[in-house]
Design a binder for this molecule. Structure first.
Ligand SMILES: [Mg+2]
Length: 217
């Protein structure tokens, strides 16, 4: 798997840390996404009907029912992320969980979004009191997580709502502890069965002690 050079550059800027590593996705793990995004769409004359675990194909123009194409979805997402501070709040329990886990682990947020949105997202997370480094990647997450671990064999836990990201991290790090968490568990019915080595956690309250145990905190 190839790595995103800009993500590698961001990782090189982090200060060295040898504590156990906790890598977190942002959308629908730390910040709400799938609950506020339909409200944003509504304001712009679109509706989201979730019939599968993806956005493209599930967003229609409210006026005529036309399903919008990938470039239009991308443009709406760009706009949403530009305005994210108006829309995205912290997921239930995340702030408390990170405050607790961050006492003994290095926490890094890794968001799969165009690098150009990094500054806005960083400002928003900071304003919410989430003072953890934020990395963006436009490529698979696995190589970035492997690079974050560094040369030591420190334990690594990874939390994400996208099965494909877990598969990528598993390919890069055979011993990473993988936690599948979704801000909205009703979406689970649209997912294929997850590999057995991914721990399903229902919310941050359930995830926190399990992550602490996996990282031996
Ligand atoms: Mg996500």
């Amino acid at each position: 798997m190839s790595e995103d050079p800009e993500t590698a550059r961001q990782i090189a800027e982090l200060s060295a840390d040898e504590r156990p590593l906790l890598v977190l996705d942002v959308d629908d793990v730390v910040l709400e996404f799938i609950r506020p995004f339909p409200l944003f769409l509504q304001k712009r004359g679109y509706s989201l009907v979730i019939a599968s675990f993806k956005l493209t194909g599930n967003i229609a123009e409210a006026a005529n029912g036309r399903i919008i194409e990938q470039p239009e979805v991308t443009a709406l997402l760009d706009e949403f992320f530009g305005e994210q501070s108006d829309w995205q709040s912290i997921t239930d329990g995340a702030a408390e969980a990170l405050a607790m886990l961050g006492k003994h682990a290095e926490i890094v947020m890794l968001t799969a979004m165009p690098h150009r949105h990094r500054a806005v997202r960083r400002r928003h997370l900071q304003a919410l009191g989430l003072h953890y480094p934020l990395l963006t990647t436009e490529m698979a997450k696995g190589p970035a997580v492997a690079k974050l671990r560094g040369r030591t064999a420190r334990p690594v836990a990874f939390v994400d709502d996208q099965p494909s990201n877990h598969i990528s991290v598993r390919e890069a790090l055979w011993d990473a502890h993988l936690f599948h968490l979704m801000a909205d568990n009703s979406l689970r019915e649209f997912l294929p069965p997850l590999p057995d080595d991914i721990h399903v956690v229902w919310d941050w309250h359930e995830a926190t002690p399990k992550i602490a145990e996996a990282l031996a905190l």
